[in-house]
Design a protein. Structure first.
Length: 193
């Protein structure tokens, strides 16, 4: 089934659809094949989930956002030029929508997403856990887009250009926002010691 041009160009009807970035090529008459869809899911699922979990701090909600993102990709996938960037942008926007709609603060006390090495003593683990929790709270307190850029660049490992395309700003702005975010985090960490 081909996706008609009118469907891609029509205005979105819900808030979550309005935030979907659609970087599309001229509409191809061929639908997204199931094989291409599966390959894209296998290739990018983990990164989309990690971004969602990092922003929402709730694994169940992150799973929902990841699933919604891939459903949206199934609907528009044949027209998407750069799947990874498109998927991350959609996931980020859906996370921000959920945070805004729920009018809640992100719970940073949950350590379920932490990976701790087993080669250190308990005192080291405790110190790292405290530092990690403090950093999470500080990152959660950063304004957008600084928060998203720290997660995308420093946690997810995307390049500056990829971050710029996901967030929708120039690479120069990415460097400025990252510098400001890191300076703010460093200052707050030093104040707390």
């Amino acid at each position: 089934m081909a996706i008609p041009l009118e469907r891609i160009a029509e205005p979105a009807t819900s808030d979550s659809q309005a935030s979907d970035p659609v970087e599309t090529e001229p509409v191809d008459d061929r639908p997204l094949s199931a094989l291409n869809y599966r390959l894209t899911v296998l290739r990018h699922h983990r990164r989309v989930f990690q971004l969602s979990a990092s922003l929402l701090r709730d694994e169940a909600e992150a799973e929902d956002v990841t699933q919604e993102t891939f459903i949206r990709y199934w609907e528009l996938g044949a027209a998407v030029r750069k799947p990874q960037q498109w998927l991350l942008k959609v996931a980020r926007n859906r996370c921000l929508d959920r945070i805004r709609k729920s009018n809640r603060f992100v719970d940073t006390a949950d350590g379920a997403l932490l990976e701790q090495p087993d080669v250190h003593d308990p005192e080291w683990h405790y110190g790292q856990s405290e530092l990690s929790g403090q950093l999470r709270r500080l990152v959660d307190g950063l304004p957008e887009p600084q928060r998203s850029l720290v997660v995308l660049f420093d946690v997810q490992g995307l390049s500056g250009d990829e971050c710029a395309r996901v967030v929708g700003i120039s690479p120069g702005q990415v460097r400025v926002y990252l510098h400001r975010a890191r300076r703010r985090l460093r200052s707050k960490l030093e104040q707390s010691r």
